[in-house]
Ligand binder design. Structure first.
Ligand code: AMP
Ligand code: ZN
Length: 485
């Protein structure tokens, strides 16, 4: 039994899909006006783990993701400029060029982080007919109104608008937000745009004909339209980062259920934010961390995935370089331990396999507790069982964790073997657990040079200096190995 927290009911409960044979899952995709930052990617990593775990326990999953390439304004409350236009202006490109470039960049980041591509990926600009169909019915049934050229959803028509959080009554009144212009067309403060024809920015690049005039869809209608196009009238799980809960997901529910006349989605899964010490990581702040930047600084993107998996998705996570460095060391040690296991031609101990798989699942079944899942991995490494069984379990868990554990361990083994097999290839320095540290390496090389020059006093001095740093050198044919003690 898998327990999952549902933001709509504010409770953890047993997850049961609507149809026993398939889980219908929808994820809000990126707004492709800039690179994804590693905060966005925290959400996508955790959603990827959820999808993979559902498959692990035996469900078929159909997962759909939109690409927001129109209609998402700089304020989630339908105010400001279209983010895509802003990106195009920033880079002197067309909106379509910007969309293509950053969609490709997003999936490249996902590839590096072992985030599986959803079964269906749909750009918002491909589904205009679907939005028009929904909005037409909402107009016919009185849930939507036209004002000042735009079409709005009338939130006062709903018995319950706030699904995820209770807001104060005064929030419902039409009001002015700090720093943004009041939209006088709205009857109620939280009414939202379904279709824009009038915008402060007349140079909106992408426009389509509609019964309400030439214009473009609002951001929220995209997710309802794309979800219904590919997953039909009901949905098992809808995911996104916590900032999407209001207004985006709240509005998706309002318009979808008013259109359908029945409940739409059962489970709402929200990933808490990745924060820096000075607050939430956000694109609008200008400076933000990307996967490419991590790579430029020498980090393996999968070490960032490991960092994310060490924490629960419903707790906000603080990013510091020190925290990431700690995760890097732990990840490398884990790989070194796996590299030391001996694959052999013996059978897997099925009883032990089942026992430890159950431990892994106990953690993951508890609202996707990935840190418990990783603890189960360490338990396997410590357990008294044959290496073949350990390797089989690691392989199994990694179909969910996505850390390339066996592949990385094989690479480390190959590196170590190459050092022993080819001493003539020069003096090689590697660490026992795959850690890379240019300063340590330079000192070890300097010590070797000193020895070669018969300057044994200097060689000993360097050895002592490293020892003081907690580093032990092991001389091997053709080079040296080092490890932290
Ligand atoms: P966007 O590209 O801005 O539409 O956001 C893409 C996804 O990232 C959405 O699911 C957001 O909720 C999520 N998100 C935004 N900021 C963060 C953050 N700092 N930490 C985690 N997820 C985030
Ligand atoms: Zn969405």
């Amino acid at each position: 039994m898998m327990y999952l927290y549902n933001s709509a009911t504010h409770k953890k409960a047993e997850f049961v899909p609507n149809h026993p044979d398939i889980v219908k899952m929808y994820t809000c995709g990126p707004t492709v006006y800039h690179f994804a930052h590693i905060g966005n990617l925290r959400s996508y990593i955790m959603e990827d783990v959820l999808e993979k775990y559902l498959r692990y326990v035996g469900y078929h999953v159909k997962r759909v993701m939109n690409i927001t390439d129109v209609g998402h304004l700089t304020s989630d409350a339908d105010e400001g400029e279209d983010k895509m236009l802003k990106g195009a202006r920033r880079e002197h490109k067309t909106v379509l060029e910007i969309a293509q470039y950053y969609t490709d960049a997003f999936f490249e980041d996902c590839r590096k982080l072992n985030i599986k591509r959803p079964d269906v990926v749909e750009p918002a600009t491909h589904c205009i007919d679907e939005y028009i169909q929904i909005i037409s019915r909402l107009m016919d049934t009185g849930y939507a109104y036209q004002a000042g050229g735009n079409v709005y959803f009338d939130t006062s028509k709903l018995e319950r608008y706030y699904v995820f959080n209770e807001h104060k009554e005064e929030d419902l009144a039409v009001g002015v937000r700090e720093g943004v212009e009041e939209d006088l067309n709205k009857r109620n403060k939280n009414d939202f745009v379904l279709w824009f024809t009038k915008s402060k920015f007349e140079d909106q690049a992408l426009k389509w004909d509609s019964p309400w005039g030439v214009g473009y869809p609002g951001w929220h209608i995209e997710c309802s339209g794309i979800s219904m196009k590919h997953l039909g009238e009901d949905l098992d799980i809808h995911c996104g980062g916590i900032d999407n809960a209001f207004p985006h997901h709240t509005n998706e529910i309002a318009q979808s259920e008013s259109y359908l006349g029945h409940k739409w989605c059962n489970w709402w899964v929200h990933v808490m934010h990745l924060n820096t010490n000075d607050g939430k990581m956000s694109k609008s702040k200008g400076e933000f961390l990307t996967v490419s930047l991590l790579e430029e600084k020498g980090y393996d993107p999968l070490a960032y995935r490991f960092f994310c998996l060490q924490s629960h998705y419903r707790k906000s996570l603080v990013f510091t370089w020190e925290n990431l460095d700690n995760a890097v060391v732990a990840y490398q040690k884990l790989i070194a331990k796996i590299a030391a296991l001996q694959p052999a031609d013996t059978a897997v101990d099925q009883a032990a396999f089942d026992e430890y798989k159950a431990k892994f699942m106990k953690g993951m079944d508890n609202d996707l507790n990935t840190s418990m899942g990783i603890t189960a991995l360490y338990d396997v490494l410590k357990a008294k069982m044959g290496d073949v069984t350990k390797l089989a379990l690691i392989d199994s868990f990694d179909t969910v964790l996505g850390l390339d554990l066996l592949k990385k361990a094989a690479e480390l083994r190959a590196k170590q073997a190459a050092q022993v097999a080819a001493p003539a290839a020069g003096f090689t320095v590697i660490s026992e657990d795959g850690e890379e540290d240019a300063e340590v390496e330079a000192l070890i090389r300097a010590r070797a040079e000193a020895k070669k020059a018969k300057n044994f006093a200097e060689a000993d001095r360097i050895r002592d200096e490293l020892k003081a740093q907690g580093i032990e050198i092991i001389d091997v044919a053709g080079g040296a190995r080092w490890k932290r003690i």
